[in-house]
Structures are given as C-alpha cells and as structure tokens.
Design a binder for this molecule. Structure first.
Ligand code: GLU
Length: 411
C-alpha cells in the first residue's frame, strides 16, 4: 500500500535516526513540522469573476537557521506534500551545510490556466496573508515547480511594501533585482556535479555516459546543458507533453531553445518520439528524474534499467521502490544532496543581499562546485563506513547536524 509523501520522508528519517540511536526525545522534535499555515486566497480573475485558492506555508525546523524553501504552484499541492517537502528542506540545508532550516509552501492551482496578471494578484495576495511568518531572518521562500524569478520579484515587492526594503526575504530573484548570478542554473549545475562525482566514485567517467532526463523545466534543462558540457550524452528527455530519444545524443541547445519558445518539448524535432511514461525505462547509464515526486513506484520499478539514479526532483522515488532498487544494487543519489545546488546558491544570494554586495558568476559557481563536491565526499564516506545507502547516509549526516544544533540550543 502506498504511503503518503510525509510518511515516506519520515520513514527515511526514522531509518537513519534508528541507526544513530537518536532516541525518542529527539525524534519527536523532527517528526512534526514546527508550524503549518493554510490561507484562503481570494482573487479577482480578469473576467471579473472571483475565485478562492488554497495557499500553504509549512515551516519544519529552524534549529540551524531561518526556515528556507521554495513555493510551488501546482494542482497537486496539498498539506501532506508540502509537509514532506518542508522536512526534506531541513535535511537538504543540513547535508549541504548552509545555515538554514527547512520550509516549503505552495498554492493549489494550475497556473497555466491563469493569465500573468492573475498569477501576480494571486502571488501578492499570498504574501499579504503570510507576510508576518516570513522574513529575512525568519523564513525565506524561493522558486520551485512553476515559479521563477518573476514571482520572487513580486514577493520582494509585496513584502517590502509592508516591511520596508527587504531583498533578503526571498531568493531566486531576477539578477536585475537583487538576484544572484548563477542562481537560475544552480540546481541543474549541482545535479550535473552530483552525477559526475557519483560516476567517479564507481570508477566510471562522465565523458560518454548516456543520460536520460525526465522533466525539462528549470532543473532538467540546466542538468542537460551541464552534463553535455562535461562530455555526457543526453540520449532521452521527456516532459508532460512527450518524450524524445536519440542514441547519437540530443541537440541540447536546440531542445532548450524550443522549450524557451514553446514552453514544452511537444513537436521538438531532435530524435525519435516516444511515450513520456517510458522515459524512466531507457537503458542508460544515468537516469535523472527531474520533474515531480513519486514517479518511481512499485508499479514501474521493475522496468527501470539505469544502474544510477540521480534525484533532480524532490521525492521522485517512493520508499518501496527505493528499497527494490537498492536490493538490485542500483545507486540512488538522494534528492536532499543531488538537488541541493539551488538552495546553496539561494544561500549565496541571501549573503550578498545582507552584505549589499555582489559576487561574480565565477565566484558563485566555484563556491557551488566546492559545496557539491564536499557534500558527495561526506555522504559517500558515511555510506561506506556504515554500509548504508547514499540516502540513509545523507539523512545520517543531516540529522547529526540538525540534532546537534537542537541539543546545543536546548530542546
Ligand atoms: N525549491 C528548491 C528546492 O527544493 C530551492 C529552495 C531554495 O532555494 O530555498 O531545493
């Protein structure tokens, strides 16, 4: 029986906590989010009609610093998913060692059905409702599924109307408006580095590695670009509109240009078209699920053929499928490390905002590279020493850091 997203995250947490013999006192602190906010967002549509949407912000833990995490706009956003994603952020910021806690938020909406003006009103209304629980030293939102720098600019603007000029209240802003160079590409750059380090640890090379990527949004496109630049061959990509494969290697820049223009990969002519659902079954060296959660499950795990899975998305592998993969010796590089490049550069953006100083793109990128390499070394070492999966190792590292901070501060 499938468990909920939050149960799944708590299961991964508990496995690591058990190995660490954390004890019930500490475990109890992390199994429930610190604060859950739900708001009704009533906005006027362009045609004069009024509609109400549900908005959420869940703050899981702030032992190591202000709550931090993205906002997603998607029809599947619900309290369970947001709680799970908020908890993952607590562990992610700890694994990559940036001084934040974990949070997540979202609005239950299909933004593709709304005009830009409607999305702007919805975003501003959301901030109007949650402005007193976010802030530069309290909780710092960022982009996630279906949100980007423009949404972050509206959030900065709306929050600043109420609290005065506050660029550090949100990260992932446009570069022209207190954003950081390198932030937009950061998650994909990090996924590419994670892939390279994983291959290296297996005595393999990124050069010539065949990669399939599910999802061709912010994470998927930049992952494709950087892996291609490292010498890998992107042989299949998919989004919700379809999939395309090409054994000789997809023309990544052509695919990215197509998505920039049309918003999806339908009609993209860079290889053979096939069914989107089957992307996960490509016989590749590395599979990168970089779309939504819960895509590798007991229903399809037997058909997954890649020996390495790098989780670009949050929560793409459900625990039962994860265990089936582990039993087969498949290496799963967990979301809380693999896609941590985004929040890492969010941290760099926040630092720049607080210092009112900007860094060069090279500086951002080389600091990100160092964080991702160090992160891999750390979890790989724990995985070897304790004979556990990379996921359990990542949770052990994260829980150790968050637990230590919590105990030092006092329960
Ligand atoms: N939404 C991204 C994530 O899931 C980025 C969060 C952030 O930058 O705060 O990691």
């Amino acid at each position: 029986m499938a468990m909920s997203a939050f149960e799944a995250t708590n299961l991964y947490f508990r496995r690591a906590a058990d190995i660490m013999q954390l004890g019930q006192r500490i475990e109890a602190v992390f199994e429930t989010p610190s604060r859950e906010v739900k708001v009704a967002l009533t906005v006027e549509m362009d045609n004069g009609e009024v509609r109400t949407f549900e908005g959420y912000r869940v703050q899981h833990d702030n032992s190591r610093g202000p709550f931090k995490g993205g906002l997603r706009y998607h029809p599947h956003v619900d309290p369970d998913e947001v709680k799970s994603l908020a908890s993952l952020m607590t562990w992610k910021t700890a694994v990559i060692d940036v001084p934040f806690g974990g949070a997540k938020g979202g609005i239950t909406v299909d933004p593709k059905q709304l005009s830009t003006a409607e999305v702007e009103r919805l975003t501003r209304r959301f901030i109007g409702k949650i402005h007193d629980v976010i802030g530069p030293t309290l909780d710092i939102p960022a982009p996630d599924v279906n949100t980007n720098a423009q949404h972050m600019a509206w959030i900065y603007d709306e929050y600043s109307k109420l609290h005065g000029h506050s660029p550090a209240v949100v990260t992932g802003k446009p570069v022209e408006l207190y954003g950081s160079l390198g932030r937009e590409a950061a998650t994909g750059r990090g996924v590419a580095i994670a892939t390279r380090e994983t291959l290296k640890s297996q005595g393999k090379h990124v050069e010539g590695a065949r990669v399939a990527i599910q999802g061709f949004g912010n994470v998927g496109t930049f992952t494709a670009r950087f892996l291609h630049a490292m010498g890998a061959k992107i042989v299949a990509i998919a989004d919700h509109t379809g999939a395309v494969r090409n054994a000789a290697g997809i023309d990544v820049e052509k695919a990215i240009a197509h998505v920039k223009k049309h918003g999806h990969i339908a009609e993209l002519d860079v290889g053979e078209r096939f069914k989107s659902d089957e992307l996960l079954f490509e016989p590749v060296d590395v599979l990168v699920p970089a779309a939504l959660g819960n895509v590798i499950t007991m229903h399809n795990v037997a058909n997954v053929r890649a020996p390495i899975i790098v989780e670009g998305a949050n929560g793409p592998t459900d625990p039962e499928a994860n265990d089936a993969l582990e039993r087969r010796g498949v290496i799963v590089v967990p979301d809380i490390y693999a896609n941590a490049g985004g929040v890492t550069v969010s941290y760099f953006e926040w630092v720049q905002n607080l210092q009112q100083f900007t860094w060069s793109e090279d500086e951002v990128n080389s600091k990100l590279e160092a964080k991702m390499v160090k992160g891999f070394e750390t979890i790989h070492k724990v995985a070897r020493e304790r004979q556990v999966s990379l996921r359990t190792a990542a949770f052990i590292v994260a829980i150790g850091r968050v637990g230590k901070a919590r105990v030092l501060r006092g329960l």
